[in-house]
Design a binder for this molecule. Structure first.
Ligand code: SF4
Length: 131
């Protein structure tokens, strides 16, 4: 029966797990100290997902790019397509943390959201405005 070794990344303990699986099912997970590790191992072997982080071009911004990420993990096999979508998109400044830059990317139910503020060129920061 094929075995796969995995390190659980759910918490800092980092249990080293072994997953035994046949062609259709997970037979056994060992080495995990809690059920979250088992759930992670099964997901990782059946439908691995990842949070994608990248940057997106910004038009008329104080900086030329803004950092972005998926607000939910997406299937690992869609990461390249997701990066292509991100690379084809240009956001208009100003960009605010949490702004949805691409909604429901690749029909995954996950949005590409900004993770930093990028002001527009010539925009005055609220804190610096004279009263
Ligand atoms: S199996 Fe449980 S204790 Fe071990 S790393 Fe995963 S979450 Fe942490």
């Amino acid at each position: 029966m094929p075995e796969k070794k995995l390190v659980c990344i759910v918490c800092p303990v980092g249990c080293q797990m072994v997953v035994s699986q046949n062609e259709e099912d997970i037979e056994k997970v060992s080495g995990n100290q809690c059920k979250r590790g088992r759930e992670y191992a099964i997901a990782e072997c059946t439908n691995p997902v990842r949070t994608v982080t990248s940057t997106i071009a910004v038009l008329n911004g104080e900086l030329p790019v803004a950092p972005v990420k998926t607000d939910k993990p997406i299937p690992k096999q869609l990461i390249s397509d997701c990066m292509r979508e991100i690379n084809q998109c240009i956001a208009q400044a100003p960009v605010r943390i949490g702004d949805i830059i691409i909604r429901n990317v690749l029909d995954t139910g996950s949005n590409i959201v900004a993770t930093s503020n990028i002001g527009a060129t010539g925009e005055i920061d609220d804190d610096k405005k004279l009263s």
